[in-house]
Design a protein around this ligand. Sequence first.
Ligand code: ARG
Length: 288
Amino acid sequence: MPSITTRHFLQSAGTLLAGLVLVACGKQEPPAPASTAAAPAASAPAPAAKVYVVGTDAAYAPFESQNEKGEIVGFDIDVVKAVAQKAGMEVKFVNTPWEGIFNTLAQGDRDFLVSAITITDERKQTMDFSSPYFDAQQLMAVKKDSKIAKFDDLKKLKVGVQNGTTGDEVVTKLQGKDSTNIKRFESTPLALKELEAGGVDAVVADNGVVVHYVANNPTSNFKTLADSSFAAEQYGLAVKKGNADLLAKLNKGLADIKSDGTYNTIYTSYFGTAPGAVAAAPAPAASK
Ligand code: ARG
């Protein structure tokens, strides 16, 4: 049985309170007029369709973030909306902190996750992933005047990462798990703010997010550095381990939006080029 956390307690208390309020209000309502005319059949409520609750850590532009109105928007969101439309599913996005996001899946609080989640062998042991929908890799952000030239230069320096991400993993591997020079933040923007403030020498995070931040924060004076040691990563949608039904729906939806061009349209609207534009260029004629 899952342990009762403070959040759960508060949620239950809140529900209880809402219930009491409803009861209290109900008492003051005048008795409903006896309905004589039979309600038209059309007004009979349709059986409620399942709404899939999708967890996302919405501090990760351009993949997922909150706009001025508090709405969750981004590439991942558009992809999932398009997938849901194809699959005839109704979805609702719920902002979910990265730390603990995988637990919400295991506990059944979220039906699936979209959060620029890299498919890794380790994660595959505790959850199932859709087919990949995005290619990514790590990227360093450093101050423009920094002497840092390659990932190995970070061995003894202070590095900011988002806790529990693949960026955290590569830096932990470089510096050793007992290193006190790794500063782990709750979100990637917080790590980048710390770089701006001079509290760390570099930040290692997903390329898309670093590039987006640097482009949108010109006054922070960052530059980006790639490194050949960074492995290729792929994002997937995560479902609770064993949820084969949902996984099949999501995979079918992904395949559909890829084949009908919807995926490319979304991709281009966020990244300016079609996915794999380089790789898709005609290969030179084989000469051997
Ligand atoms: N791709 C990285 C990982 O899976 C980072 C993802 C962080 N996503 C987010 N929405 N904060 O570890």
